[in-house]
Design a protein around this ligand. Structure first.
Ligand code: GDP
Ligand code: IMO
Ligand code: MG
Length: 422
């Protein structure tokens, strides 16, 4: 037994929540290892739809333990809202554990996020404004507050010192609307809900479970193209979203990682600013957005849509050591007679399948192959053999291009709309 990893290979929203929910009954533990409430993971069970931001997507399985790992940043207000919604649906929270070393998002982190984005003008990152960047800045700047601190007698002093530092920093930015006092009050109330959860030393806990032979699934948030080191910097999030982040975010050794399941849509989306070589700004992009219901699960913003991008996926498969793939939202392509795939990029007169240093600054022309669409409904198909031959051709073509086997194909938001290919 070891740690299996599931993560997004594009710019987020690949359908990670749905696949984690499906797979979680095969694992003893599901753990989030990075990111925070900038994530929005959607799970559809029967006629109920849940969007999780901080809590792992394995929470609906009574048998699995769910861990919010030390690499995650937690906003107690969002967390409490999630807890309330789940309790209202009788979802058991007994097996939810929180790492003591996870950092806290303060209201003033959100304030700073909003002020710094507002000051950027046209250079905006398109942040979800959940305070992610400022919280990770305080973590690496060695100023942060952690979950374990809330139980200490000097917590309020530490809180006030950090908040005051933020208030001083905020003077550097043009003023924005933010009711810090009101948000602080809410935050302090929500802290009580967080205090009631069971807290752990994540590294000892997980390593002991591994010794006992338990299986662990690490659930990625965001996508590899949003990774702070390897994504489309500076249009990225502030954590390591890739496989390497699992070791840091849970406290396990690289040798403990076994399989890496990479999730990609059958096309591509991005929400927020930054480069997106295969983006479609016209009618086809609009159609993908409409059929795929491409609106952010956290912010409700329309997602930018485009075709699947092979060089981009080959890159994220490489940096993550992906061992198998899940292709989601295949059904969104049901009505398309032609499906395009970017096989290479044309850059400075040469074809290449490598991403340049700065995807933003380069003139990139994607070179497309056109694939025939299946033009039929895939609803209800759970057996790979029953897929139209043209759809199988598309999937097998992707497998060949990417050099990694496809193990899962998702054909709808519901738990049951999943084909096991392998
Ligand atoms: P995540 O952040 O990677 O968990 O993905 P999101 O939940 O933000 O976005 C994925 C969206 O697509 C959600 O609304 C899901 O319910 C939906 N979804 C997931 N898989 C499929 C699929 O195969 N087909 C369709 N049509 N929708 C899907
Ligand atoms: P899930 O886990 C898609 C994007 C934001 C913005 C950039 C930085 O649901 O796939 P941040 O709030 O981190 O400062 O935003 O990253 N972003 C996401 N895009 N899915 C997500 O999470 C995202 N989390 C952050 O839109 O462009
Ligand atoms: Mg999402």
């Amino acid at each position: 037994m070891g740690v299996d990893v599931l993560l997004g290979l594009q710019w987020g929203d690949e359908g990670k929540g749905k696949i984690v929910d499906y797979l979680s009954d095969k694992y003893d533990i599901v753990a989030r290892f990075q990111g925070g409430p900038n994530a929005g993971h959607t799970i559809v069970i029967g006629d109920k739809k849940f969007v999780l931001h901080t809590i792992p997507s394995g929470i609906f399985r009574e048998s699995s333990i769910n861990i919010i790992g030390n690499g995650v940043v937690i906003d107690p207000i969002t967390l409490e809202k999630e807890l309330i919604k789940l309790r209202a649906e009788n979802v058991s929270l007994d097996k939810l554990l929180v790492a003591k070393k996870a950092h806290l998002i303060l209201p003033s982190h959100r304030y700073l996020d909003a002020a710094s984005e507002a000051a950027k003008g046209k250079e905006k990152i398109g942040s979800t404004l959940k305070g992610i960047g400022p919280t990770y800045m305080d973590k690496t700047g060695r100023n942060g507050l952690r979950v374990g601190d809330i139980f200490k007698s000097n917590f309020m002093d530490k809180y006030t010192a950090l908040k005051n530092k933020h208030v001083d920093l905020l003077k550097l930015y043009p003023p924005i609307d933010f009711d810090l006092e009101k948000e602080e009050e809410l935050w302090m109330e929500s802290l009580e809900a967080l205090k009631k959860l069971q807290t752990i030393d994540c590294s000892y806990y997980i390593n002991k479970k591994l010794e006992e032979g338990k299986s662990i699934l690490a659930e990625g948030a965001q996508g590899s193209m949003l990774d702070i080191d390897f994504g489309t910097y500076p249009y990225v999030t502030s954590s390591n979203t890739m496989t390497a982040g699992v070791c840091i975010g849970l406290g396990i050794a690289p040798t403990k990682i076994k399989n890496v399941l990479g999730i990609t849509k059958a096309y591509c989306t991005r929400v927020g600013a930054g480069p997106f070589p295969t983006e479609l700004e016209g009618e086809v992009g609009e159609e993908l957005r409409k059929v795929g219901q491409e609106f952010g699960a956290t912010t409700g913003r329309p997602r930018r849509c485009g075709w699947i991008d092979i060089p981009q996926l080959k890159y994220t498969i490489m940096i993550n050591g992906v061992t198998s793939l899940a292709i989601t939202k295949l059904d969104v392509l049901n009505g398309f007679s032609d499906i395009m795939v970017a096989e290479n990029y044309m850059m400075n007169g040469d074809a290449t399948d490598e991403l340049p240093y700065d995807l933003q600054g380069e003139e990139i022309l994607p070179l497309y192959a056109t694939k025939k669409g299946w033009e039929s409904d895939l609803e209800g198909i759970t057996d790979y053999a029953e897929l139209p031959q043209v759809a199988k051709d598309y999937l097998e073509y992707l497998e060949k291009q990417l050099g990694v086997p496809i193990h899962y194909v998702s054909t709808g938001p519901a738990r049951r709309s999943l084909i096991l290919k392998a």
